[in-house]
Design a protein around this ligand. Structure first.
Ligand SMILES: Nc1ncnc2c1ncn2[C@@H]1O[C@H](COP(=O)(O)OP(=O)(O)OP(=O)(O)O)[C@@H](O)[C@H]1O
Length: 231
């Protein structure tokens, strides 16, 4: 289980996350919702060691992630797909996947797993990443992250800017991965997606998780969406 306990974090003198706590369980999709600027992306960066944690702790099993340098966090089983995907644009699909496999020295078996998950990528192994469609790039970014065989997957608004068929494909992928026992942390602004795939929703405001709702407590007309997301 990923446990974030009372963290305070930010950029230089600017504190963004304040005494923030929540947990993400294996085999569950935990959605993070909140208005622009609530600190959702900063939370993901803090988990990855990309923003310094000033107090509190981030634990995954026996590992204290907040004490590790950023390059060590993926080695402990946390994979991250940031907003904007950050692919190696000039490299091919196959080469991007190979880079993902190298990080934790995963082999052919893992490569087959991610290509089975995204058959469209298997058809495009020699295509240069920058020439893929937006949806295909998102698939590749997720595939590359999954090459780590992570315990925890962080996805920052993976559906942003995608057409409906791609959005449903990403949803289905997240649900399939849940069955494998993965803990997924998903920053998501779309209420329909959250209602379909979230086991739990952490609502953020002002750099804190202000409310955690279980799936059974949420409906489309929930006042929580109005309160925390403004929809
Ligand atoms: N590199 C940075 N340096 C200084 N402040 C930053 C930096 N990145 C983000 N911030 C500030 O941190 C706060 C939270 O930003 P963050 O991107 O985490 O919010 P968010 O909830 O992900 O928003 P959005 O929904 O718009 O993506 C904002 O006030 C933002 O201006």
């Amino acid at each position: 289980m990923l446990r974030v306990e009372g963290i305070t974090a930010g950029y230089g003198p600017v504190t963004v996350l304040r005494d923030l706590s929540f947990q993400a369980q294996p085999g569950q999709v935990t959605c993070i919702m909140g208005r622009n600027g609530a600190g959702k992306s900063t939370l993901m960066r803090a988990i990855m060691g990309l923003v310094p944690v000033q107090s509190g702790q981030i634990l995954l099993g026996d590992a204290a992630l907040h004490t590790l340098p950023a390059h060590k966090v993926p080695l402990h089983g946390v994979a991250y797909v940031p907003q904007g995907r950050r692919l190696f644009g000039p490299l091919t699909v196959a080469e991007n996947i190979d880079v993902g496999l190298l990080t934790r020295k995963k082999g052919l078996h893992r490569r087959e797993f991610v290509l089975d998950l995204f058959p469209r990528l298997r058809e495009r192994l020699d295509q240069v990443a920058s020439t893929l469609s937006g949806g295909e790039q998102q698939m590749l970014a997720i595939a590359r992250a999954l090459c780590l065989e992570p315990q925890v997957l962080l996805l920052d608004e993976p559906s942003e800017g995608l057409q409906p068929s791609m959005i449903s494909l990403i949803r289905e992928t997240v649900l399939r991965l849940r069955e494998t026992g993965l803990a997924t942390l998903l920053v998501e602004q779309r209420v329909d997606t959250v209602l379909r795939i979230a086991d739990k929703v952490a609502f953020m405001a002002h750099g804190r998780v202000e409310h955690v709702a279980e799936r059974a407590d949420l409906t489309a007309d929930s006042t929580l969406f109005q309160q925390f997301v403004g929809v």
